[in-house]
Ligand binder design. Structure first.
Ligand SMILES: *Cc1c(COP(=O)(O)O)cnc(C)c1O
Length: 380
């Protein structure tokens, strides 16, 4: 077949954005400058006026948020085992230890009932993750955090454009007390190629946030400077910010199109195939990814290869992170979080991105049928 390969995701970058990047390159100022400030202001508008600072990755925003929340050696932070490993790595990076809590098998997000039981005297913060852009229940989350006096750092890397009860993720929830982290990695719903943004609880957090972002440097009007805290090197470039500024006006249309495509998948996937579909949420979820679970007894490697032979890219997001060697060496074991392990072994990410055509959904579904047939393991 001579059909083009359909990747599981692809960014939509228009010609005006490409022109604005060229303009930055010609301007003589290519690192952090006016485009970053304009991007931060535009993001702050999206977050109904909350303070926002741009970073060179989502990972950096999480690390800085932990430092701003005062998390360090001897502390524990509760999070989910079913996420991109960055979520847990940053906890180790600041010298703290992750406490993992298994996921709800339906939403695939951290199980808030189990979360409450896992809180220890050392627990300082919670990092909930909105996997695939399906938001964790913000009402219950903040109710628990407030009652138990814990800081919240929302890992909303995948949730820009998603909402909870009609309010955008990054806006109302946690104002005054929570942090919200976004990633603009190439695969996310809005990209700067690489980048991230941190929504802060309040204006008072801005100066330290800026110092932690760039070497701890505090500048004085007379040209002098001081360094009073150990900061990193996490600033975004104007080149990247120009991409983000070009993307942001399309965010609502991107989210609408993603929801349409997700609906088309629900309509087209034959229930007889035995795939377990995600919750059919078309109001909160931004459909960052469309992830069925393969029937038990399917060889995922063979399934992915069979889809590839048919010109279709399939991703895996993610194996449960406590199974990685680093986390094993910290004492986590196979069997600790059965729901996350089961989902992590069976999940596949099908193509879904704003520029996809309706006919692409049909193509994926036709291939699904054949690929599942060829990847069933022989019965023992
Ligand atoms: C992408 C992602 C991150 C990290 O973002 P980067 O910009 O790649 O550093 C963290 N958490 C989750 C859930 C992600 O999807």
């Amino acid at each position: 077949m001579s059909m083009d390969f359909l990747p599981f995701t692809r960014p939509s970058i228009d010609e005006a954005t490409i022109a604005s990047v060229a303009e930055v390159l010609r301007s003589g100022w290519i690192t952090s400058g006016p485009k970053v400030q304009a991007f931060e202001a535009a993001l702050s508008d999206h977050c109904v006026g909350r303070p926002v600072r741009a970073f060179n990755s989502g990972t950096a925003t999480l690390e800085v948020a932990l430092r701003l929340a005062g998390v360090g050696a001897g502390d524990t932070v509760i999070t989910t085992p079913l996420t991109w490993v960055a979520t847990a790595n940053v906890i180790l990076e600041v010298g703290a230890m992750p406490i993992l809590v298994d996921v709800d098998p339906l939403t695939r997000n951290i199980d808030l009932d189990r979360l409450e039981a896992a809180i220890a005297p050392t627990t300082k913060a919670i990092i909930p993750v909105d996997l695939a852009g399906l938001p964790v229940d913000r009402d219950r989350l903040y109710e628990i955090a407030d009652r138990r006096n814990l800081r919240v750092i929302e890992d909303a890397a995948q949730a820009l454009g998603a909402s909870w009860k009609g309010q955008a993720i990054g806006s109302a929830f946690g104002a005054g007390r929570g942090f919200v982290s976004f990633s603009f990695h190439a695969n996310k719903n809005l990209t700067t190629s690489e980048g991230g943004a941190l929504v802060l609880p309040a204006d008072i957090d801005v100066p330290l946030c800026e110092r932690l972002r760039l070497q701890g440097v505090k500048r004085f009007p007379d040209g002098g400077m001081d360094v009073d805290v150990l900061g990193g090197k996490f600033n975004l470039t104007d080149i990247a910010a120009a991409i983000g500024l070009g993307q942001l006006p399309h965010l609502d249309a991107f989210t609408r199109r993603r929801r349409e495509l997700a609906r088309a998948y629900f309509a087209a996937i034959d229930s007889r195939l035995g795939l377990q579909l995600p919750p059919a949420d078309f109001s909160n979820c931004n459909w960052h990814m469309f992830q069925p679970l393969l029937p038990r007894g399917t060889d995922r490697g063979r399934f992915i290869a069979a889809m590839k032979e048919r010109g279709i890219g399939v991703g895996v997001h993610y194996p449960a992170l406590h199974l990685f060697s680093l986390y094993h060496s910290l004492g986590f074991r196979d069997g600790d979080f059965p729901n996350a392990e089961d989902i992590g072994r069976r999940t596949v990410t099908l193509p879904l991105f704003p520029a996809m055509q309706d006919s692409d959904v049909e193509r994926v579904c036709a291939a699904l049928d054949e690929a599942l047939q060829t990847s069933l393991r022989c019965p023992p």
